[in-house]
Unconditional design. Sequence first.
Length: 374
Amino acid sequence: MSTFDQQYEKRDIMIPIAKPQLDDAEIQAVSDVLRSGIIAEGQRVAEFEQAFAEYTGTEHAVAVNSGTAALHAALLAHGIGRGDEVITSSFSFIATANSVLFTGAKPVFADIRADTFNLDPQLIEEMITPATKAIMPVHLYGQPADMDAINDIVEEHDLILIEDACQAHGAAYNRKKVGSFGTGAFSFYPTKNMTTSEGGIITTNNRGVADKARMIRSHGSKQRYLHEMLGYNLRMTDISAAIGLVQLKKLPEYTARRQHNAKLLTEGIRDIESIECPVITERCNHVFHQYTIRTRNRDELADHLKNNGIGTGIYYPIPIHKQPYYREIGYNDNLLVTERASREVLSLPVHPGVTDEDIATISNTIRDWSDPRC
Ligand SMILES: *Cc1c(COP(=O)(O)O)cnc(C)c1O
């Protein structure tokens, strides 16, 4: 996801694809922290960790400074490194696979389901080798991956489960929230379902993993100036945590608004033959980080919407295994479902700032485009 295009380039877009919802409550919370003088890691971070763990239904949460850092620290805390393979999706943001590379381990890509864009459990099974150490499903666009089937594979092969839940705050499978199945990693980047500006968090029920993640976050130390392992500076600030505490309270309302918008938009466009609307699978509470349709004429539709003041996004136009850096280090997979998805997906605005009237505008603008008589 390009931060720059989304936030700064499209100034004449009336309905943007993403917009952080910030008001006086966040401003007040930040100024309280600034006035307190404790602006790095203090009480707010601890409060935010506790609140997020409670929300997700896990025993522990460890706040860090990005979703990427959360993935990286989660992998390291599970002891993943050189010689290990981690099966994941190529149809994701680059951070998913990069975090595996950071540890010295190898990301191995399994193809996705054509309807949900999430890992296909059957294809995960085919990629398992003696070096496989972990499975890292991505709950793409806010829809949980097939957790029953993935859990079965994890148990059968005695693997580690790390969930890339960076797009899925509050999403649930069988009423159990994502990030509580294995070790979860969330992002609080401004375009996500909730924000702390930059930020991320690790969720887990494993005390050993939480303790290790805390050390990795802070140069391998539990006690100041005593360094027991190699760590980094991945700490979240109290300024970010203060924003996060306010945002977390609003998250259920934001999610309800996203789901309402998604439902309304589907009602508005589902009869258009050239468009496939998002599929919500059984057992899933989809939190609609993105509302993603499929169409053969994706670029043309995106232009038409842009010309009418409606922002769209393509997540992701180039799968990870096709990225120049991954080609350079030897990846030459054929992932046909992933590759086709990258040519056909288009995300439409459903964030909490989008009104019913906006949804009608989006539906009508798409209908104009799809109707050959207009
Ligand atoms: C946003 C995102 C990340 C990375 O989070 P950052 O906070 O930007 O580092 C990782 N994986 C997925 C699927 C994401 O959407």
